[in-house]
Design a protein around this ligand. Structure first.
Ligand code: FEO
Length: 402
């Protein structure tokens, strides 16, 4: 028996994947993961919440059928349609073509392109509910957590929230499925925080909007799509999300710039120091880091709460060096679009590194109010003064706001 009863007539019917080492190409999963699905049985109707990954379709079906035949299920609720929660949908529809597929308005397109043929489906929104008979499913459209299609399902009578990836973690318990059954609390909480940082962190405004939307419901249990079901210390997890999502807004009474540089012979560093001094003359807060010598997560934490970003780079073999690309790669966990940015650097004979930074900043939809600052070899007194003025001018643009 793999299915687990989590409350009367509510079952976990998910799949454990303890050996998974990397999720979505880039996310290490040292504790594996679970793909959680839930079966809710009312007096009149039955609903599945979340499908599963295609490669686990057979195991998923078998687990569900420990409780009831797939052909007896009336609805499948897809809170989110990334393939780890939708890949097994065609298998479910093959067994039960009459099942009604429920998704958000923005989820419809994804579902159509997963099924690729006619099916019985319906989009739901904030005002919609489905009565299973003594068990009412209520829907909250909560887009961009972390895809445009995401929604929450709330089981009214049992006060259970099914938020899919939101409040989830890549953590596969050896046995059991509730957070209070796991002895390694520190590991589960770290996995939870890591998951937030890897998946949810760019969506701070959507996180806060979602919490506002559900502020009047009581939540006695959180049933996410990955990792432990939360029934103990739920506030700890919710508050962590709120605190993290608020970091940028809480820094809004200040204005901050982060300067990141990589320097081969100290010349780009000389420019960075002058830029910092010039910017600070305006009263703005400036945090400055050598990308080659600082832990990337420290830099990302500061960029997250900054209103401007300046990237300074040397040029090596016609390119920006790896520490700079590393910071750009790590920016995948933030949304910095519309924030102000700029590129600068000293170069030997060609100087493509600065242009690369400029292009990447623009591609990330940041706003570059100044022309990039490039200096060949050792900056002269005049060029250092130019860097000082460039930093000051950039800071003034940041202080103007968007
Ligand atoms: Fe677990 Fe966004 O999928």
């Amino acid at each position: 028996m793999k299915a687990i009863q989590i409350k009367e007539n509510i079952f976990w019917v998910g799949v454990r994947d303890p050996k998974l080492e990397v999720f979505d190409i880039v996310i290490p999963t040292k504790h594996g993961t679970t793909y959680n699905s839930y079966l809710v049985i009312g007096s009149e109707k039955k609903a599945l919440i979340e499908a599963n990954k295609m490669i686990f379709a057979d195991e998923y079906v078998k687990t569900i059928e420990e409780i009831c035949p797939i052909k007896d299920i009336d609805y499948i609720i897809l809170n989110h349609n990334e393939p780890d929660h939708s890949g097994a949908l065609p298998k479910i529809l093959e067994i039960n073509p009459n099942i009604e597929v429920i998704y958000s308005k923005t989820g419809k397109n994804f579902v159509q392109n997963i099924v690729n043929k006619e099916f019985n489906g319906r989009a739901v929104g904030d005002a919609d509910t489905i009565d299973l008979g003594g068990k009412t499913l209520r829907f909250f459209h909560t887009p961009f957590l972390h895809w445009p299609d995401t929604m929450f399902t709330y089981l009214v009578e049992d006060e259970i929230l099914f938020p899919c990836d939101f409040l989830g973690a890549h953590y596969c318990p050896e046995t059991g499925i509730f957070n209070d059954e796991i002895k390694e609390k520190k590991d589960t909480q770290e996995a939870f925080k890591f998951y937030y940082n890897a998946i949810m962190r760019p969506y701070k405004e959507h996180i806060l909007t979602a919490f506002k939307k559900i502020e009047n419901i009581t939540i006695k249990m959180v049933c996410p799509s990955h990792g432990p079901i939360l029934r103990e210390n739920i506030d700890f997890y919710i508050n962590f999300y709120k605190e993290q999502a608020n970091r940028y807004y809480q820094n809004n009474h200040n204005r901050q710039i982060t300067v990141v540089y990589a320097t081969a012979y100290g010349n780009t560093k000389l420019l960075a120091e002058q830029i910092k001094k010039g910017a600070e003359e305006t009263g703005i807060i400036v945090k400055m880091f050598d990308a080659a010598e600082t832990n990337a997560s420290t830099i990302i934490d500061e960029i997250e709460i900054s209103h401007g970003l300046l990237m300074g780079t040397a040029t090596i073999n016609a390119k920006a060096p790896k520490p700079i690309f590393n910071i750009f790669a790590q920016l995948v966990v933030l949304n910095v679009s519309n924030r102000k940015a700029g590129a600068f650097g000293s170069y030997g004979w060609s100087g493509e590194g600065v242009k690369m930074c400029e292009d990447i900043l623009k591609t990330m939809r940041m706003k570059l109010p100044l022309e990039s600052l490039k200096v060949q070899m050792t900056p002269s007194e005049e060029e250092l003064k130019k860097a000082y003025d460039w930093g000051r001018e950039f800071a003034l643009k940041v202080l103007e706001g968007n």
